[in-house]
Design a protein around this ligand. Structure first.
Ligand SMILES: CC(C)(COP(=O)(O)OP(=O)(O)OC[C@H]1O[C@@H](n2cnc3c(N)ncnc32)[C@H](O)[C@@H]1OP(=O)(O)O)[C@@H](O)C(=O)NCCC(=O)NCCS
Length: 166
């Protein structure tokens, strides 16, 4: 971990306000961190904020790596319509230059706390079976692989379903 990096300087927040600056910031982050699989844009981001939940990791003070107040980690969730105690993680990522410093773990840990307070009992997500870093992170928080879907998001785009009871 670089000397200037300080986990105390990271806060975890639920986004409530919809504004064009946040929308643009999230859109850019989504593209630069998820690349080809980036799937949300300025039409969907406000919908996620208003009707789903967007939990972010934010830098509280400036450092060599990032400006104060900038989002460095994102967790976008939906609640299951006919099973409101279940949520689905649609996107989960940490900004490239901040990875492998524990921020993904912090964001997931704090997200679980927030969700528990809102009476969520089950978290589901799908992950590329080859994405071992992400799978290791989810397993650390007790997510278990429960299913595998071939071609879930298109030909050749397979996914594991992972579930965590909280
Ligand atoms: C997956 C991702 C969110 C992890 O974020 P992160 O901030 O790097 O995660 P952390 O530093 O908290 O590490 C979490 C765990 O991942 C594993 N991990 C992280 N980096 C690792 C590495 N270089 N080698 C082995 N395991 C590693 C470890 O199990 C680690 O926990 P530990 O340090 O307690 O052992 C991040 O890599 C990312 O944004 N990837 C691109 C988007 C993506 O794949 N999202 C998931 C889609 S389902």
């Amino acid at each position: 971990m670089p000397a200037e990096f300080d986990m105390e300087n990271i806060s975890i927040r639920v986004l409530n306000d919809i504004n064009p600056d946040i929308t643009l910031e999230l859109k850019k982050l989504e593209i630069s961190n998820l690349g080809r699989i980036a799937s949300i844009n300025e039409w969907v981001i406000p919908v996620f904020i208003k009707y789903g939940k967007v939990i972010v990791a934010v830098k509280n003070s400036s450092s060599g790596l990032e400006e104060k107040g900038k989002i460095i980690g994102v967790n976008e969730l939906l609640r299951k319509w006919d099973e409101p105690e279940t949520v689905f993680i649609h996107s989960f990522y940490v900004k490239k230059s901040f990875r492998e410093k524990g921020i993904g773990s912090l964001l997931l840990k704090e997200s679980i706390k927030i969700l528990k307070e809102e009476k969520v009992r089950k978290i589901e997500l799908t992950v590329d079976p080859k994405n071992l870093l992400a799978i290791r992170l989810y397993e650390k928080f007790n997510f278990k692989k429960t299913d595998y879907f071939e071609d879930l998001y298109g030909h050749g785009i397979h996914r594991d379903l992972m579930i965590c009871r909280i």
